[in-house]
Design a protein around this ligand. Structure first.
Ligand code: ATP
Ligand code: MG
Length: 427
């Protein structure tokens, strides 16, 4: 196998055993989002490179070094989406989605970033993104957070904490920026290469650095809070009060900045200590300037994205594991029995919606077929041999629990199974 083609580094396959966990996570998330009136959108995986340069910001990790950018056959520069917000704003502008005030949208799908692969960090990963447009107040900021808290409850996740901060508005950050440059200039020798390069282009990015050697320096940096104007402070107070009203605990982390340029005012992250350096499972904030920046009318907006690989890692391997391939496995030996088995399986699928009926294919002895039936996880094997076919009967053999095998008339099998399967796994 060593010379066979492998997956691209940092891009994972989801096995048939793992897929039910994904499906369950998606089902629960969908239910929670529905409960708040959010509507799904499905967006392209590829956008014009320009879109990300203009929204995420030129001097960010994503745009500087993480994007999968290529020329298509017409020579146009395209990029595999590294995140979903930019494409969502692009689509909303293109189709006039923001003309209706109070748009609540969400999407799910793969994102692509050329990062160093490690536990919880991949080059193709999956996000659920949630975006709310046209609502300027802190009430909607609190809504998307309380929605997330509900999702954690429904998933059974209890070891994440909410960190919040306010980034103020552009003018606040300009004043703060000058102080920050002074501070880091005084410690120029302690900066790493990335940070030195960003010192004058985007000094706020230095605060978001993951380099452990810089953490002490960052901890000593002046804080943005002192520069935040009255309007933003009031918004932040309203946000905190709403969270308290709704019973969502939080800590204010004055050092929290986000890795994308478009955020203002509210930012937040849900963090866990259980996933090492990849501890942020969900992150977002307000981005009131982005719609206008991309050519639309000024439209307040707030949103977040959560990383599904990290959530599944947090949930552990036993969560949502599937229950095998089948509930009922149909075993048949002999040509006539095989044909009868295929017809029987079809009739059962008609009569028993939601029950998984697996018909053995490929022949073989009773013994080998029973082995397969057992491995399938099915609770019952239906057995057809020459004799059963001639008599219009089926042998129902319980594969789990202590029930006895019974012979049932062909016409009664569906009703028999409906009763037996209701009886719970032990029977
Ligand atoms: P990090 O600080 O871990 O690099 P980020 O700030 O770059 O995260 P966002 O752009 O805010 O992440 O994306 C939102 C969420 O998507 C993250 O909190 C994380 O759960 C997930 N995520 C981001 N990048 C990756 C990745 N390369 N692999 C897996 N999940 C990721
Ligand atoms: Mg990142």
């Amino acid at each position: 196998m060593s010379d066979s083609i492998q997956a691209v580094r940092g891009m994972r396959d989801v096995s048939p055993e793992e897929a039910p966990r994904w499906a369950r996570l998606e089902r629960i998330a969908r239910r929670v989002l529905d409960a708040y009136g959010y509507r799904e959108v499905r967006l392209p995986l590829v956008e014009k490179t320009e879109l990300f340069r203009r929204s995420i910001g030129e001097v960010t990790d994503i745009v500087e070094k993480e994007m999968y950018t290529f020329e298509d056959r017409n020579g146009e520069s395209l990029t595999l989406r590294p995140e979903g917000t930019a494409g969502c704003v692009r689509a909303g502008l293109q189709h006039g989605w923001f003309q209706q005030p109070g748009r609540r949208l969400w999407y799910l799908g793969p994102m692509f970033r050329h990062e160093r692969p490690q536990q919880g960090r991949y080059r193709q990963f999956h996000q659920i993104g949630v975006e709310a447009y046209g609502m300027p107040g802190p009430d909607i900021d609190a809504e998307i957070v309380v929605l997330t808290a509900r999702l954690w409850r429904e998933l059974g996740i209890d070891d994440v904490r909410l960190e919040i901060n306010t980034l103020g508005d552009a003018a606040d950050r300009a004043a703060y920026r000058a102080r920050l440059v002074d501070y880091f200039e005084a410690h120029r020798g302690d900066l790493d290469e990335d940070s030195r390069r960003r010192l004058y282009t985007n000094p706020l990015r230095i605060l978001d650095s993951k380099n452990p050697d810089l953490q002490a320096l960052i901890a000593g940096a002046p804080q943005l809070g002192a520069h935040v104007g009255a309007g933003c402070r009031e918004h932040f107070e309203g946000f905190k009060a709403a969270l308290q009203d709704l019973g969502v605990g939080f800590v204010v982390n004055p050092r929290l900045v986000r890795g994308l340029d478009y955020y203002n005012r509210t930012v937040f992250e849900w963090v866990t200590d259980r996933l090492g350096a990849q501890g942020t499972v969900c992150a977002g904030g307000r981005y009131d300037g982005l719609v206008e920046q991309l050519g639309g009318r000024s439209t307040p907006a707030v949103g977040f994205a959560m990383g599904l690989e990290r959530l599944l890692a947090l949930l552990g391997e036993s969560w949502g594991a599937g229950s095998g391939e089948a509930d009922v496995y149909v075993v048949a030996v002999g040509a006539a029995a095989e044909r009868a088995a295929a017809r029987l399986a079809e009739r059962l699928r008609d009569a028993l919606p939601g029950v998984r009926v697996l018909a053995h294919c490929g022949g073989g002895s009773f013994k080998s077929q029973f082995k397969r039936a057992d491995r399938s996880g099915a609770r019952f094997a239906l057995v057809l041999g020459e004799e059963e076919v001639r008599g219009g009967r089926v042998a129902v053999k319980p594969l789990r629990g202590a029930q006895k095998q019974e012979t049932v008339a062909d016409a009664e099998v569906a009703a028999y199974l409906a009763r037996a399967l209701r009886g719970g796994p032990e029977g």
